[in-house]
Write a protein that binds this ligand. Structure first.
Ligand code: GTR
Length: 431
């Protein structure tokens, strides 16, 4: 009976999702044909906005990088309005026999304070037992830390959540019913066995993913009567990126972790946030963008799949207000997303796509990684040298890495297997 109700709920939710998708395709003119991609010029990475050529890493760092960063900060993701008053850490739980005995588990509460207000989030960390100076992947999860593994000790957040019938999330409340429900996205056994740690946070604890701007971290910075950020101030993606940095603040204090090897990872909207986090905080050793699509790795000027107008309409809270000026106006952008990727240079960067994830424009994600490679080459790092999209399951793994996986929008064992092989090579890890 319970099962029947659950199936019905899943069916109803899927039908609603399908209906919304159909609505959005009808409402917007979505292009999925390569022949209909408009002609456009990819902004030259090594020429400044005023036309000056960049030919050394120093010139990149002092002239080009700052102007590109500032553009993305003021016109795309939005500025963080100022420093916090205080950040504190408190260990809530520790287990030295986790994951069947091969890992240590730690749950750390991080409190962010500003103007007499505060928010808290919990970082769940798994580290291989008996190791030291451990490289770590840091990634947000969509539905709570307790969905990442089935371990009973993992604390359940009481932050607002999107409902999800397949994970039994009702009334925007997380419960034990979804424990382990997203374990398939995290390859945690493989990560630990290969000598890496995993740190994860429920993204809704930083900023609930809904279009009002009254809650989450934004509200800490408001003056009296203020209800939304200024035009050039942070949307949710920038807030999530900032949360990644605050988690890094903690990871850098943990003696077991190698402070030079924290790699920021994110899937989809959280892949967009991971890229902006790596661009904004150069303490991150590298970045992985899994199926990040529009506003992430994909070139916007291609207008293939999701576009700026579509994303700003469906998720009006993700980017800063200024970005709406580029709705159906991509040609006015003096940058494209390959320059977001270039802000990660010369650190290792992995862009991954999925063949059936046309909404995220795999070809546009690949071309972005290709065009950013010029900046990596300036630093004598190997990028992607051929402009030809590789076949599925044929990864290219240089300092700039790319793969096209078979299948849909998701994070799979295959994706993690590639990230682990690549990270071993990039960060000289001997298990
Ligand atoms: C979609 C959105 C994408 C991507 C995705 C996700 O609905 O259009 O840009 O972020 O959500 O985060 O799963």
């Amino acid at each position: 009976m319970g099962l029947k109700i659950m199936y019905m709920k899943v069916f109803v939710q899927c039908s609603i999702a399908f209906f919304l998708c159909a609505m959005s395709s009808a409402q917007f003119d979505i292009n999925y044909e390569e022949t209909k991609v408009p002609e456009f010029k990819v902004p030259e990475p090594l020429t400044t906005f005023s036309g000056e050529r960049i030919s050394t890493p120093q010139e990149w760092d002092t002239k080009r990088r700052p102007e590109v960063y500032e553009f993305f900060e003021r016109k795309v993701y939005g500025k963080v309005p100022g420093p916090l008053d205080k950040v504190t850490f408190k260990t809530l739980e520790e287990g030295n026999n986790a994951l069947g005995g091969k890992a240590l588990r730690k749950q750390v509460e991080i409190t962010l304070r500003k103007n007499g207000k505060s928010i808290r989030f919990t970082l769940l960390i798994y580290l291989p037992k008996g190791a030291s100076k451990i490289p770590v992947f840091l990634g947000y999860n969509f539905h709570g830390n307790h969905t990442v593994t089935a371990e009973d000790e993992v604390l359940i957040s009481n932050a607002w959540s999107m409902n999800n019938a397949s994970l039994n999330i009702d009334n925007h409340q997380l419960t034990a019913a979804s424990r382990g429900g997203r374990a398939h996205r995290w390859a945690i056994d493989n990560i630990i066995e290969k000598g890496f740690g995993l740190a994860t946070i429920y993204y809704g604890e930083i900023d609930p993913d809904k279009s009002d701007m009254n809650d989450g971290i934004h509200a800490l910075f408001y003056e009296k009567g203020q209800e939304r950020p200024k035009r050039d101030e942070w949307g949710s993606l920038s807030a999530w990126a900032f949360g990644y940095s605050k988690a890094l603040d903690y990871l850098l204090t943990d003696d077991a972790i190698d402070p030079t090897k924290v790699i920021v990872f994110g899937h989809s909207r959280l892949g967009k946030a991971a890229l902006w986090a790596a661009a904004s905080d150069q303490r991150f050793a590298g970045a992985i963008s899994n199926n990040s699509g529009c506003g992430g790795a994909a070139l916007s000027k291609r207008r293939f799949g999701e576009t700026i107008n579509v994303i700003n309409t469906q998720f009006p809270h993700w980017f800063c207000h200024n970005f709406k000026g580029y709705n159906n106006n991509e040609e006015a952008l003096p940058v494209d997303q390959h320059l977001l990727l270039a802000l990660v240079a010369p650190r290792p960067l992995y862009v991954a796509s999925a063949k059936e994830d046309q909404w995220a424009d795999p070809q546009g994600e690949f071309l972005s990684a290709y065009h950013t490679s010029k900046v990596y080459e300036l630093f004598h790092k190997k990028g992607i040298s051929e402009a030809q999209l590789p076949e599925i399951q044929q990864p290219i793994q240089n300092t700039v890495a790319y793969h096209l996986r078979a299948g849909k929008h998701d994070v799979t064992e295959y994706d993690w297997e590639q990230y682990l092989i690549w990270a071993h090579k990039m960060f000289n890890i001997n298990p």
